[in-house]
Design a protein around this ligand. Structure first.
Ligand code: NAD
Length: 238
């Protein structure tokens, strides 16, 4: 049976690789992204539908999910991938950067799940996969906002997993280590080199490394895996 997936922040980076992997496994993939230009280029290149929305805005997400479900049908697989960083040491952090990072990385997970979980419960099947981070598990100087948001996703995941475990819905998160994307390209070069040097497998992660785990979690084979944090970090944090 063909399933339908919504991947937030899916127009680039890890999200685009997850979209590819889910499509390879037979899902109809719809991508949601805040960046209309990136979205248009993505849809032109892949032929996949895209919907523009800001995941941090509850009503915008509800509108986008409603439009997707009317145009395509119910969403079976939700991938909460959209995320941002606004790094600064706490004593210099702008309160707006605290609020924005929490809203985009953590508020988003409530907004999408709130719109999609009721239908999953009715249909008795669903997969929810959210992108946490290795830095939520180990901490990272300069990322109190980001690490707090990504750690929040872990608590959210475990709690929602318990709520829907009897309804055929699994809820898991992936905690990636250092993955080469536009997000990590913005990190100063000497810090990037040092971070990659510390990865035991001896290389930076690629978006496809995360996509493989997401595709597994979305599959029927993962029906007994729920409420988990799957670390995909090349052995950097054990
Ligand atoms: P990226 O910056 O390359 O891509 C993020 C995508 O999200 C972009 O297409 C962007 O337009 C979209 N986006 C940003 N804000 C949005 C919003 N408000 N509404 C909708 N879409 C929005 O990032 P990435 O490296 O591919 O990261 C993907 C996810 O993985 C993020 O949640 C990130 O925090 C997490 N993660 C990444 C790494 C890494 O090393 N790259 C490590 C751990 C976790």
């Amino acid at each position: 049976m063909s399933r339908r997936a919504l991947v937030t922040g899916g127009a680039g980076g890890i999200g685009a690789a997850i979209a590819d992997a889910l499509a390879r496994d037979g899902a109809e993939v719809i991508v949601l992204d805040i960046d209309p230009d990136r979205l248009a280029a993505y849809s032109a290149a892949t032929g996949r539908a895209g919907v523009a929305a800001d995941v941090s805005v509850h009503d915008d997400v509800a509108r986008a999910v409603g439009a997707v479900e009317r145009a395509h049908g119910p969403i079976d697989i939700l991938v909460n991938n959209a995320g941002i960083i606004r790094d600064a040491m706490l004593h210099k952090m702008d309160p707006a950067d605290w609020t924005r990072v929490i809203a985009v990385n953590l508020g988003s997970v409530f907004n999408t799940a709130r719109a999609i979980v009721p239908g999953m419960r009715q249909r008795g099947w669903g997969r929810i996969i959210s992108l946490s981070s290795m830095n939520a598990q180990r901490g990272q100087a300069g990322q109190t906002n980001y690490a707090a948001a990504k750690a929040g996703i872990i608590g959210f995941t475990k709690s929602l997993a318990l709520e829907v475990a009897g309804k055929g819905i699994t809820v898991n998160c992936i905690a990636p280590g250092f993955i080469e994307t536009d997000m990590t390209a913005s990190i100063p070069n000497e810090l990037r080199v040092e971070e990659i040097r510390r990865v035991p497998v001896g290389r930076a992660g690629q978006p496809e490394d995360i996509a493989g785990m997401a595709a597994f979690l979305a599959s029927d084979a993962a029906a007994f895996v729920t409420g988990q944090v799957l670390a995909v970090n090349g052995g950097q944090y054990l």
